[in-house]
Structures are given as structure tokens and as C-alpha cells.
Ligand binder design. Structure first.
Ligand SMILES: O=P(O)(O)OP(=O)(O)OP(=O)(O)OC[C@H]1O[C@@H](n2cnc3c(O)ncnc32)[C@H](O)[C@@H]1O
Ligand SMILES: [Mg+2]
Length: 199
């Protein structure tokens, strides 16, 4: 990144933040987060798309910090559930309760065989200048929803997300393995490729 070495990641999700810190570390971009800006309160995610929600988060934080801001809105789209929970992935069962969300997913998919449990993880990233100009990139990862959770790493729905090509759930991968193939990892690679020219 040419003349900018600092971005604020507009997230309260510790798992996302860990991933971004790893993704940006080799680029020598210092990543701060909302932990460093306690004055940023709740941001309503009432958009109708991942991009709208990411933009709401980016805008709120860019205005308060006057720094370039990266916001992530992501979610899990399950084919057998007609794309749900999608943009509602964080509030699917409870308010940001990963265990309750995973339990609800398993119960909604009860009786659905493995070959019909296909799903896509989606991330939309919005990078915003303090003046409001934005760069938008997406990333996706295809997989299947497991019958029982596997693995201890990652966060959110990772223990239920099976990646056949790796014969592992996302929660069985190291952070490096997940970042190399994940929705967020792919979107971040695109962002880093486009950033210099955009800025
Ligand atoms: O809005 P912020 O503060 O960034 O954090 P959040 O947890 O509310 O994040 P989202 O609004 O984007 O909701 C995404 C939901 O999908 C889950 N999720 C997102 N990325 C994931 C990943 O890589 N692995 C597993 N679950 C993920 C996450 O746990 C949330 O429940
Ligand atoms: Mg959220």
C-alpha cells in the first residue's frame, strides 16, 4: 500500500480481527480495530445486502476516526435453506451466539443427506477513505454443512463447514490454511491487489 500504512478494521468480531491481522501483517499495514476506538457504539446492520451492511459499518467508523476503514460483512448461504441465514448469519438463533447458531443450523438440516448440504461462505469487504470513497471486493468459499461439528480452531460456523478438497472442516485448519482458501482470505487478496491503484 503506497502511502498508507494504517487501517482500522470496523469489526467487533475477534475471529475476523485475528484473520485480518494475519492477512495484512506481511504487507506491513498496521491494523487497529474498534477495541482501540471505544467511542464507536453499536452500528445498526439493517441493510439488505452484504455490501450495504459493510458500507454502514465502514462509514460510521471512517467518520469517527478520519482514517481508512475496512469493514467486513459476511455470512453463510445454505442451499437447502434457500440461502439462509445469509445476511442474518450473526443473528440466526441468538445475538452473536455461535453455539446457538450452529445448533439451529444442525436442527434445520436434520434429515438432509450430505450431498444436499451444500453451502457458500460469502464475504464482502468495503474499504473506505475518510472522505467516503469506497472500494468493494467479494470472496466466496463453497463447502458442505457437516452432520456433527469437527475441530477447535476458527470461529462462528467453522466447525460445521466441510471443505472436501482439504478433507477438513474450517475449524480443523490452521489459521494459515483457512486464510489461503477462505471467503475472507480471497476477498483480502483482491483488496490488496487493487488497493494501491485505487488509493
Ligand atoms: O459485524 P462485525 O462486528 O464485523 O462482526 P459480526 O460477528 O456481527 O459479523 P457479521 O455481521 O458479518 O456476521 C457474520 C456471521 O457469520 C459468521 N462468520 C463470518 N465469517 C465466518 C468465518 O470465516 N467462519 C465462520 N463463521 C463466520 C460470524 O460468526 C457471524 O455470525
Ligand atoms: Mg455484525
Amino acid at each position: 500500500m503506497a502511502n498508507h500504512d494504517q487501517i482500522v478494521v470496523a469489526t467487533k468480531n475477534a475471529g475476523k480481527l485475528r484473520e485480518f491481522q494475519k492477512l495484512f501483517a506481511p504487507k506491513q499495514i498496521a491494523v487497529s480495530s474498534l477495541k482501540d476506538y471505544p467511542q464507536v457504539g453499536e452500528i445498526a446492520e439493517n441493510g439488505l445486502t452484504f455490501e450495504e451492511n459493510a458500507t454502514l459499518k465502514a462509514k460510521a467508523v471512517a467518520q469517527l476516526t478520519n482514517l481508512p476503514v475496512l469493514a467486513d460483512d459476511s455470512g453463510l448461504e445454505v442451499d437447502a435453506l434457500n440461502g439462509r441465514p445469509g445476511i442474518f448469519s450473526a443473528r440466526y438463533a441468538g445475538d452473536h451466539d455461535d453455539a446457538a447458531n450452529n445448533a439451529k443450523l444442525l436442527s434445520e438440516l436434520a434429515g438432509v443427506p450430505m450431498e444436499k448440504r451444500t453451502a457458500t461462505f460469502h464475504t464482502t469487504l468495503v474499504l473506505m477513505k475518510p472522505e467516503g470513497e469506497k472500494l468493494v471486493v467479494d470472496g466466496e468459499l463453497k463447502g458442505q454443512i457437516l452432520l456433527v461439528p469437527r475441530g477447535e480452531n476458527g470461529f462462528g460456523y467453522d466447525p460445521l463447514f466441510w471443505v472436501a478438497a482439504k478433507q477438513k472442516s474450517l475449524a480443523e485448519m490452521t489459521p494459515e490454511e483457512k486464510n489461503a482458501i477462505s471467503h475472507r482470505g480471497r476477498a483480502s487478496q483482491k483488496l490488496l491487489t487493487e488497493f494501491d491503484e485505487w488509493w
